[in-house]
Design a protein. Structure first.
Length: 530
């Protein structure tokens, strides 16, 4: 069958210290491990029209009362957006100098995945020793409201890919190499991906995502510092919060591409959990951490426990479900039509699934048959005793099919549950990792082409479970239209057209039918009799 969708869419001699906060093109690696603050730290928390400046200068009591001025330039053309006073420096009991100020009513271009506008913030403190700090920023707002994730006030569906470099066995020479990172991110955008996760902090990757408009969900994947899977951190709460600010979230704060913060992650007994001993203690810690960190940075949305937190705290109810891999089948994704599948609070929350799909395939495309893993059982389930010569093609086809089912069922189920806000398949998208010399050597698997279909902004998705019928039988497929148009327009005057083609390529039947209007971020379905 071939199907189509048609419609319309209504400085001087004084010593100067320079800090590049959040890195303009830094090559250093910043991972969420303990580090000691040795220089000025500048955070710039933005929304669409303002920036809140938070500057800390360690052991700088001489800056008490000094005036801080700022300038904001567009990186596109170096035009000046704003200049003026920000405030005066204060000094705490440890002798650290602080600046807190806010600049409002800015007419900045918004950062979006389609138009990632960037600016440079310069803050200069006039004192005996001039201090100048610099941060690259973008103006956008991210929030959760009425069960949806909003970017610049508009709901947005997160279309992700979870397994990405660095630390994925690619050569060390490529991990921080922009000549590798840029085409990698461009490829993902070309197949509809708009958000990714990195296994560790990398300023190079963050910079590229800022520039190319690739969103990130990023933070701490594992237990918080000093914690165990069954126990909250044993260190003082203040130390935990400082660790989050300094080492986990701080390196992310000036990057507009980071739209979701993650405070912990659930995976069996290795990471922080709710399903075993210590659940109450862990839950209280994460709720307190969210309250504290959200008060510090409310410019993102938070997942406090990715996978199994069930929305008990934070902004998002996130699940990890590998239906159709080593347990259950793709049909289990239909349970996401019901908010009760996820929520454990009376507050409507966006629902995401930051891990799903699985079905790991290796370099040659076969299921990765590694002992003591989930793979042998899934291989037996999905490619079985097919001839050895067919194993690769069958495994790749199933991986792509399963990824497509997960994405499309999730998206079209928004007709029943508009709080479904995104998913990120956790599976192996490329054939080659070790030994490559450039991105082009990676070679996407068929799943990449499936992303291009299932992640397209306006999706026409067909549902038909009658696979075998007698000649002359009327079949009743359901056509689903999902509108995530990147210009936020409604779909009006739609017609769905279908063509039935036999194995020799001859058209045997064709027709079209009018389809209801579909508002932006809505999903509509209609049974189409043949």
């Amino acid at each position: 069958m071939r199907f189509g969708l048609f419609g319309s869419k209504n400085v001087g001699t004084t010593t100067m210290l320079l800090l590049a906060a959040a890195s303009l093109h830094a090559q250093d690696e910043v991972a969420p491990t303990a580090r000691k603050q040795v220089g000025p730290v500048l955070y710039a928390f933005t929304d669409t029209t303002s920036v809140r400046v938070d500057l800390v200068v360690p052991k700088a009591a001489e800056l008490r009362g000094a005036t801080a001025r700022g300038k904001i330039y567009s990186l596109a053309d170096e035009s000046l957006l704003w200049s003026g006073d920000i405030g005066s420096m204060t000094v705490d009991t440890q002798g650290n100098a602080h600046l807190e100020g806010k600049v409002s009513n800015l007419k900045a271009k918004r950062w979006t995945p389609q138009s990632p506008s960037l600016y440079r913030l310069e803050v200069e403190v006039n004192a005996t020793t001039n201090l100048k700090t610099v941060a690259r920023i973008g103006f956008r707002s991210v929030s959760a409201k009425n069960g949806q994730i909003l970017l610049n006030g508009k709901p947005i569906f997160l279309k992700g890919n979870a397994i990405n470099p660095p630390d994925r066995n690619i050569p060390d020479s490529l991990e921080e190499n922009r000549r590798f990172v840029e085409p990698y991110v461009r490829y993902l955008k070309s197949v509809g991906v708009n958000i990714i996760r990195l296994t560790r902090h990398s300023q190079v990757w963050f910079d590229v995502c800022d520039e190319l408009g690739m969103m990130l969900f990023q933070g701490n994947y594992g237990t918080p510092k000093g914690a165990k899977p069954t126990a909250a951190p044993s260190i003082p709460l203040s130390e935990s919060m400082q660790w989050y600010k300094d080492d986990v979230l701080g390196p992310l704060a000036n990057h507009p591409s980071v739209v979701v913060y993650v405070l912990s992650n659930e995976q069996a007994d290795k990471e922080i959990g709710y399903l075993s001993t210590g659940a109450d203690q862990v839950g209280k810690f994460l709720a307190t951490a969210y309250d504290s960190l959200h008060a510090w940075d409310a410019s993102r949305v938070y997942i406090t426990n990715a996978g199994y937190g069930f929305g008990r705290s934070g902004d998002i109810c996130d699940l990890h479900r590998y239906w159709g891999w080593y347990y259950n089948s793709f049909l289990s994704f239909y349970t996401m039509r019901y908010p009760s599948t996820c929520w454990r609070t009376p507050v409507a929350q966006p629902m995401t699934m930051t891990e799903n799909t699985g079905n790991y395939t290796g370099i040659d495309g076969r299921f990765n048959l590694v002992s003591n893993t989930k793979q042998p059982d899934s291989q037996l389930n999905w490619t079985g005793h097919a001839p050895d010569s067919e194993q690769s093609a069958r495994a790749l086809a199933y991986q792509a099919w399963m990824g497509g089912q997960a994405i499309e069922i999730f998206r079209r189920s928004r007709e029943q549950n508009p709080n479904l806000a995104g998913l990120t398949p956790f599976t192996i998208l490329f054939h080659n990792w070790h030994g490559i010399t450039r991105f082009e050597d990676m070679k996407p698997k068929p799943l990449g082409a499936q992303y291009g279909v299932s992640y397209q902004p306006v999706l026409l998705s067909w549902e038909l479970w009658t696979s075998q019928v007698y000649a002359g039988t009327t079949i009743k497929p359901v056509a689903h239209v999902v509108n995530d148009d990147e210009k936020f327009t409604d779909l009006k005057g739609l017609k769905v057209r279908w063509v039935i083609v036999d194995s020799s390529g001859v058209n045997r039947a064709q027709a079209s039918v009018s389809f209801p209007d579909v508002k932006y971020y809505a999903a509509r379905s209609k049974q189409v009799p043949f």
